[in-house]
Ligand binder design. Sequence first.
Ligand code: CTP
Ligand code: MG
Length: 235
Amino acid sequence: MNDRNGPVVGIVPAAGRGVRLGEPLPKAFVELEGRTMLARSVEAMLASGVVDRVVIVVPPESAGTTATRLVGESFAARVQVVAGGTERADSVRAGLAAAPGARFVLVHDAARALTPAGLFVRVVDALRAGCDAVIPVLPVADTIKSVDDVGIVTGTPDRSRLRAVQTPQGFDVDLLSRANRDAADATDDAGLVERLGEQVTTVAGDPLAFKITTPLDLVLARAVLASGVPAEKEM
Ligand code: CTP
Ligand code: MG
């Protein structure tokens, strides 16, 4: 598989419960200004122009829902819906199983609902240019400490060497399949690739690709939308 011009398939894990968000619905189905986080994430991916099709991984009880219902008519033809699993790594595995023929995969959390198109482009450009694993990252604003079991500080890593990791994470499809095969859990797909001893390359992330995890994140996402920022970036 040396041809780097092959198809890019997006895998959108959306099968989580959203326990930390605390809404009555699974998180991906929570709406931001009239559209679900899932619909926003998938539409941004397909509208970027660098992703050929998308596999959405939903909670098993939602697997019968049509793509049209989940993302609307204009994008549904390029979307497939499959059932996810207990852990995020299980959901990514289900997505990979539905991506035959992919040359590269872009794994992108449904919960990063405001991700601008340019970030998908940056990740795919790096894959096309020769990287096999690509992650968007941002500098860390807070100082980070490591602690022991009872909360005593054990170290202060040099902040200039730390990065916060976002999605979309892009991979050679065979590499991610190998890395994910025996994974019990992974909040970060690139971590599985690192365990294989393979190189992971970083590209500049985007603050708008933040993960909506807590009620405060939801307030922020709604305020950002009300301010019109993502709408400008989407143009
Ligand atoms: N995810 C998934 N399958 C799982 C767990 C998570 O597809 N078994 C997805 C989520 O839907 C989300 C992304 O992985 O889009 C990132 O996970 P996270 O932000 O932790 O979402 P949840 O697991 O839903 O939230 P929480 O951990 O608060 O329950
Ligand atoms: Mg989770």
